[in-house]
Design a protein around this ligand. Structure first.
Ligand SMILES: Nc1ncnc2c1ncn2[C@@H]1O[C@H](COP(=O)(O)OP(=O)(O)OP(=O)(O)O)[C@@H](O)[C@H]1O
Ligand SMILES: [Mg+2]
Length: 228
C-alpha cells in the first residue's frame, strides 16, 4: 500500500533546521493495522503527513500503490486524497458551526453528491457509530467521545482504503476510547489499512504491528520488509 524509500524531512524554521525524519524506509502492506509509537518529537506526525499527501519529503520517495505521491500534480494528489484517504485527529477537527449530520455531509458534498443523498448517507454513517439520536447537535453540544465518533463517520463517508489517525484516543475517557478503537478495528476488518499514531498502550494493542520511531528513524519494527 505504502512504501517509503530513504525518506528525509527537514524543517527550516527561523534559520533553525530540524531533521524530523532521517533516511527512513518502511513498507506498509494492504489491510495492515499499524501503531506508530515513539517519544514526543520523534517524527510520528511528520510521517503521517507524508503518507497523507500533505507534505513532500525533503528527499526520498513516498509511494502509494506503486505511484510516487509527490510526483503527482497537486490536483491529482488532492483527488487521490479525497477518494482513498481518511484522516482522524486527536482534536476531532469538526466544523464548529455545522451540526453532526452536516459535518459528515462535507466530504459527500465535495464529491458532488446531491443534498438528499448526502443527508441520507450521513444519517446512515452516524447511526453506524451510534449517534442516530444526535444528528442536529453541534460539536459543542456533544461529548468528546461523541465528537470523535462524528469524525469517524465523516472519515468513512468517502469509503477510504486507508485511514490515517493521529492520537485518535488522546482526548478521550476510557469508555469512549474503547468505542473509538472498536470502530477503527471494524473499519480495518472491512479491508482498510490503518496507520495510527498513539501514545496509548490500550490503543496500540489493537494494531497488528508497531512502528517505533526514535529521533526520526524507525527502530525495532517487526517485519518491515513485508510487501507493499
Ligand atoms: N512545521 C514545523 N516547522 C519546524 N519544525 C517542525 C515542524 N513540525 C514539526 N517540527 C519538528 O520536527 C520534529 C518532529 O515533529 P513531529 O510533530 O513529527 O513529532 P511527533 O513524534 O508527532 O511528536 P508528538 O508525539 O509530540 O506529537 C520535532 O522536533 C518538531 O519540533
Ligand atoms: Mg505528533
Amino acid at each position: 500500500m505504502f512504501q517509503l524509500n530513504n525518506v528525509t524531512k527537514v524543517y527550516e524554521c527561523r534559520r533553525q533546521t530540524v531533521k524530523a525524519l532521517n533516511e527512513t524506509s518502511v513498507s506498509i502492506g494492504d489491510n495492515e493495522f499499524i501503531a506508530v509509537v515513539g517519544p514526543s518529537g520523534s517524527g510520528k506526525t511528520t510521517l503521517l503527513s507524508l503518507l497523507g499527501g500533505m507534505m513532500a519529503p525533503t528527499s526520498g520517495d513516498v509511494l502509494f500503490r506503486g505511484a510516487s505521491l509527490y510526483d503527482l500534480s497537486l490536483a491529482e494528489r488532492t483527488k487521490l486524497r479525497l477518494s482513498s484517504l481518511g484522516f482522524v485527529f486527536q482534536s476531532f477537527n469538526l466544523v464548529p458551526w455545522l451540526s453532526a449530520v452536516e459535518n459528515v455531509q462535507v466530504p459527500l458534498s465535495l464529491a458532488g453528491e446531491s443534498v438528499a443523498s448526502q443527508q441520507q448517507r450521513a444519517g446512515e454513517l452516524l447511526s453506524r457509530v451510534g449517534l442516530s439520536d444526535r444528528l442536529s447537535h453541534r460539536p459543542s453540544e456533544l461529548s468528546q467521545g461523541q465528537q470523535q465518533r462524528v469524525a469517524l463517520a465523516r472519515t468513512l463517508a468517502n469509503d477510504p482504503q486507508v485511514i490515517l489517525a493521529d492520537e485518535p484516543t488522546g482526548n478521550l475517557d476510557p469508555d469512549s476510547r474503547e468505542q473509538v478503537m472498536n470502530l477503527l478495528a471494524e473499519f480495518h476488518s472491512e479491508g482498510r489499512s490503518i496507520v495510527m499514531v498513539t501514545h496509548d498502550q490500550f490503543a496500540a494493542q489493537y494494531a497488528q504491528r508497531p512502528l517505533n520511531l526514535v529521533d526520526g528513524t524507525i527502530v525495532d519494527s517487526r517485519d518491515v520488509s513485508s510487501a507493499a
